[in-house]
Write a protein that binds this ligand. Structure first.
Ligand code: GLY
Length: 558
């Protein structure tokens, strides 16, 4: 490709609709040695502090994870779970599954009332929580791939919690807009003074959380899964009808898995296998798209049709066939196979939508979670996505231990085969069983260049939109040759098979494109947002880091 003035070789200026709020051509953060992008500036800085002390990308990722639990309580957590994909410069790679599990006392119909109708208990309150995996996951990652002591990588998080940190507009606004949930439970007291515009600039200290983090720093995972922290969780559950016990906590184990490894136009992707659906669905989508010799121009009706159709097909499989592989046989080989993708590609009409079969199952839409991307000076990379599910999870705040519990049980199919409270029908494979991991969409992904050197570290928040937002940033870089800032800022679409609608970020499509898609038979509707990305990209002489302009995150490097 010939160069364009002001753009690095191999990249092209992007064109977005005039009303799209994020302009093309902005500069990403550049640093020569290492880069971290997360949804909270202080968390990115915590990771860079560790890198500057000589830590590697895994040390830094663990530092970011604990720091997010302090400074970004809406989704950063120790009361939830997540997934980490690691690619080391020496060629080793790994996928760590520290997803929550259903408590031992969980039952298939625990969220149905006497008439068989779905209640809101999978979303709000103590019964909504799975057994948290975050602390087991972060400590396991550090033990296997890190180089520093746990107490050292946790030091920035402990410092933020003990000495306090300045509440910014994003945090004060987050407390305010989620106050209804937070104030239902014990979070009202510690966070009440820090909500709304008047709280900006105040110093928030989190002494109970600091004590919990100190226990973890001293004892490892046992500082969470046993002793006073476990007592506090079990007590909080017991008081209000929750079912997580100390036995559940003592039994929790993260799982090391083989990443899903795939190729796309000569690039290599490492991404997350089940219990997340993310890696398989991203891979299946890209395999479908790879068969088109080139993709139509970004933002054209032809492109959105092909992309939406690929997502629709991959999500039909996702919604019916994926679940915790310890409980359900998952056809990984078939779903990630290029010949299978070719068959699906052949079903995409040239200029006509294919309706999603009404028997297809679907999933809840959410817009939460948080992702961070890390790359160090040696070329080691970590992509981590972690969540409480809803912002502030179930709302339940563990008194004496200082953190929110997740509402991840809602990611199970609470009423298999029956419409849920949103009118959606979900799959049998993802039904509730004790000890089972609920299906996720989290898609932490690392892309290697054609010479197998590190290229891109990427992931997103947003429930099912994690899959569509992550894969569109990858396509924007690899197919549309955008610079990283344009790739992340670009408007995105979403299609998850059911509802059978192509959703697009408001003002993100040209009106004529919306008309053309309607003409092809699509239901088309604007939505508020598709994901929040944090991406890091290797470029000549260093790294670019790009938080999503839709969020208040920050990329920090050195
Ligand atoms: N709770 C969002 C997800 O796991 O996909």
């Amino acid at each position: 490709m010939t160069g364009v003035a002001g753009y690095p070789p191999g990249t092209k200026p992007a064109v977005f609709p005039a009303a799209w709020p994020y302009k093309a051509g902005k500069a990403a953060t550049f640093a020569p040695h290492a880069m971290i992008s997360s949804d909270a500036p202080l968390a990115s800085e915590a990771g860079v502090e560790i890198l500057k002390q000589g830590g590697n990308a895994v040390d830094a990722a663990v530092a970011v994870g604990f720091a997010l639990a302090v400074v970004y309580p809406e989704a950063g957590n120790i009361g939830g779970g997540g997934y980490m994909v690691i690619h080391m410069a020496d060629g080793r790679s790994a996928a760590l599954d520290y997803r929550e599990v259903a408590p031992l006392a969980a039952t298939r119909n625990m969220y149905l009332d006497a008439e068989g109708n779905l209640t809101d208990k999978s979303i709000v309150g103590p019964l909504a929580s799975g057994v948290p995996g975050a602390v087991a996951g972060l400590t396991a990652a550090l033990a296997k791939y890190g180089t520093m002591k746990l107490a050292d990588v946790m030091a920035p998080a402990i410092r933020y919690a003990e000495r306090g940190f300045i509440v910014d507009a994003a945090l004060a606004g987050s407390f305010q807009s989620n106050w209804r949930l937070i104030s239902q439970f014990a979070g009202a007291e510690p966070f009440g003074p820090y909500r709304g515009a008047d709280a900006v600039g105040k110093t928030l200290r989190r002494p109970e959380l600091a004590a919990t983090l100190r226990r973890i720093a001293e004892q490892g995972a046992a500082g969470f899964y046993a002793g006073p922290t476990a007592d506090a969780i079990a007590e909080e559950m017991r008081k209000d009808g929750g079912i997580i016990t100390k036995e559940d906590l003592a039994k929790y184990q993260p799982v090391w898995r083989e990443p899903v490894v795939s190729t796309y136009r000569g690039y290599t992707l490492y991404t997350m296998p089940p219990s997340s659906s993310g890696g398989v669905t991203v891979t299946e989508t890209l395999n479908i798209l790879e068969g088109f010799p080139t993709l139509p121009p970004f933002g054209s009706a032809e492109y959105e049709h092909i992309l939406g159709s690929a997502y629709q097909r991959a999500f039909i499989d996702r919604n019916e066939k994926l679940a915790d592989p310890a409980f359900v046989p998952v056809p990984m080989k078939e779903l990630t196979d290029k010949a299978y993708a070719s068959k699906l590609r052949a079903t995409i009409g040239r200029d006509r939508v294919t309706p999603t079969p009404s028997v297809s199952r679907t999933m809840r839409e959410g817009n939460e979670t948080t992702h961070y991307s890390v790359a160090d000076a040696r070329g080691n990379a970590v992509a981590t996505t972690t969540t409480l599910n809803a912002l502030y999870g179930s709302g339940v705040y563990v008194r004496g231990a200082g953190f929110f519990m997740n509402d991840e049980m809602d990611d199970f199919a609470a009423a298999p085969g029956k419409p849920n409270m949103f009118g959606l029908v979900q799959g049998e494979a993802n039904a509730i069983q004790p000890g089972k991991r609920m299906l996720s969409a989290m898609s932490p992904t690392i892309v290697l260049d054609r010479d197998r050197s590190l290229l891109l570290v990427v992931g997103s928040r947003g429930g099912p939109r994690i899959i569509t937002s992550t894969s569109q940033v990858i396509l924007n870089v690899l197919d549309h040759h955008m610079i990283l800032s344009d790739a992340v800022s670009a408007p995105r679409i979403h299609h998850q098979a059911l509802p059978d609608t192509l959703q697009y970020e408001r003002n993100g499509l040209f009106p004529a494109v919306v008309d053309s898609l309607r003409g092809m038979g699509y239901g088309v509707s604007p939505i508020g947002g598709v994901g929040l990305i944090n991406a890091v990209m290797k470029v000549r002489g260093g790294y670019f880091g790009m938080p999503d302009p839709r969020s208040s995150g920050k990329a920090v490097g050195y």
